[in-house]
Design a protein around this ligand. Structure first.
Ligand code: GDP
Length: 426
């Protein structure tokens, strides 16, 4: 890793300011080559940046010299805060690329160096990726908790408990005489069970995917119930074609929306009718049924006696006096007048908030759940294993799973996939 990397870390030009980051052993030399001097560390100062070849002025900029290891990447770093024009950025990048030992960074390479140099661990890097992708308030708060090391601290705590269980076992093995190796310490089994239950409680918490992908609400019911019109109203779009002709919506239409900072995905479906002769519509109906099964919540716009289990009964088109009354609906709504929509939305937000990870709480992603699950199983197996040597091996596997969770031991392809999620310059 002797290369020194550089990249535009701010958004695409033109912009008011463009920030170019440099990281690696030649960062100081690069800064001196452009600015003519090395500024006082960690103090912003202005400098005339010149072409190292012909000495011509490229820009007047704010520069920062950040000697390692106390930097974001753990390496010598520099930042150039340029005028954010396309040609300014291009000229500076050209000058940097011409310096020996410097090259353009790949996507996520700054963060990857931070991880490799032990400035952040894997869980924090994952949190950072989520933070950059966060679009809603709930996503931002959860990602920030992860990026600030909350999961890492929890994992360290669990790891300490596994290590102390291993120590208990080893002590009992050391002191046991040869005929009595089966004598496990009295508290061992209870301690294993406590840890295993604590991990199970974490595994049972709401998943991060719910936060990332949104709470999935499927709008279902017979043709012409008003599904597409309600979908358009809730998502504030004209995405769905609403017509009086039955069977207009044939495929699923999905639209992500944030309501009150909570991420939702609304799904409009083909009307459910048993007698459709149209093969395309029949496929649409099958998809609608599958979507309802996979939903976090179904809004049912049909007759009460056909309502799928768990679905909310709505009374749609409530502005129309000619519609049959729906007995005891959760909400009566009109997508035409807007009646009942605000209270439906408030109810949806309150329900999704309960199902989602709590604001600012760490939520586990799929990879993290898998490893934590492996750890829990290994601890549970150790609890009542008749052979202390094999129990010790289970505890070793438990520790290994935790190490992989925070990246103390990991596989390269997983790292490639993670850091590939970042943009260039991060
Ligand atoms: P879908 O087949 O269930 O998706 O139903 P649509 O949304 O296409 O609506 C069917 C017809 O009912 C369209 O002509 C809509 O304009 C009308 N419609 C839908 N919602 C309302 C409503 O709340 N009030 C009234 N008066 N008409 C509605």
């Amino acid at each position: 890793m002797s290369d020194t990397i550089f990249a535009l870390s701010s958004g695409p030009p033109p912009a008011a300011i463009a920030v170019v980051r440099i990281s690696g052993p030649h960062a100081g030399e690069a800064l001196r080559a452009l600015a003519g001097r090395l500024p006082v560390p960690r103090r912003a100062s202005t400098a005339s940046l010149r072409d190292p070849g012909d000495g011509s002025l490229l820009d007047r900029a704010l520069v920062l010299w950040l000697p390692g290891p106390g930097t974001a990447t753990g390496e010598d770093s520099a930042e150039l805060h340029l005028h954010g024009g396309r040609a300014v950025v291009a000229a500076i990048e050209r000058a940097l690329a011409g310096l020996p030992g410097l090259r353009r960074a790949e996507a996520g390479e700054f963060t990857r160096r931070a991880f490799t140099n032990g400035v952040i661990d894997l869980a924090e890097a994952e949190g950072l990726a989520d933070l950059l992708a966060a679009e809603t308030e709930l996503q931002r708060r959860s990602a920030l908790a992860m990026a600030s090391g909350e999961l890492s601290r929890l994992v360290e705590g669990w790891r300490d408990r596994v290590l102390s269980l291993s120590a208990q076992l080893e002590a009992s093995l050391d002191f046991a005489d040869e005929d009595d190796v089966a004598g496990l310490p009295a508290a061992f089994e209870a301690d294993c069970r406590d840890l295993s239950e604590a991990l199970a409680a974490w595994l049972a918490r709401p998943h991060a995917e719910l936060l990332r992908d949104g709470f999935r609400v499927v709008i279902a019911g017979p043709p012409n119930a008003g599904k597409s019109t309600l979908f358009n109203m809730l998502t504030d779009t004209e995405a769905a074609i609403a017509t009086p002709i039955p069977g207009t919506t044939r495929d699923l239409l999905t639209q992500p929306v944030a309501l009150d900072g909570v991420p939702f995905v609304f799904v409009d479906t083909a009307g459910l009718r048993a007698d459709s002769a149209d093969p395309v519509e029949r496929i649409g109906i099958a998809r609608a049924e599958a979507a309802s099964a996979a939903a976090d919540l179904v809004l049912w716009l049909g007759a009460a006696d056909e309502r799928p289990g768990g679905a909310w009964q709505l009374a749609p088109q409530c502005d129309r006096p000619d519609r049959d009354a729906v007995a005891d609906p959760r909400h009566a709504v009109s997508a035409l007048t807007g009646e009942g929509i605000a209270s439906l939305c408030a109810d949806l937000v309150a329900t999704a908030r309960v199902a989602m990870p709590a604001p600012g709480a760490v939520a586990l992603g799929q990879r993290q759940r898998r490893l934590l699950g492996e750890c829990r199983e290994a601890v549970a197996s150790a609890a009542h294993h008749p052979d202390p040597l094999l129990a010790a091996e289970h505890l070793r596997l438990a520790r290994l799973a935790l190490d992989r969770l925070i990246g103390r031991s990991g596989t390269e392809d997983m790292l490639d996939a993670l850091f590939g999620r970042f943009c260039i310059g991060k």
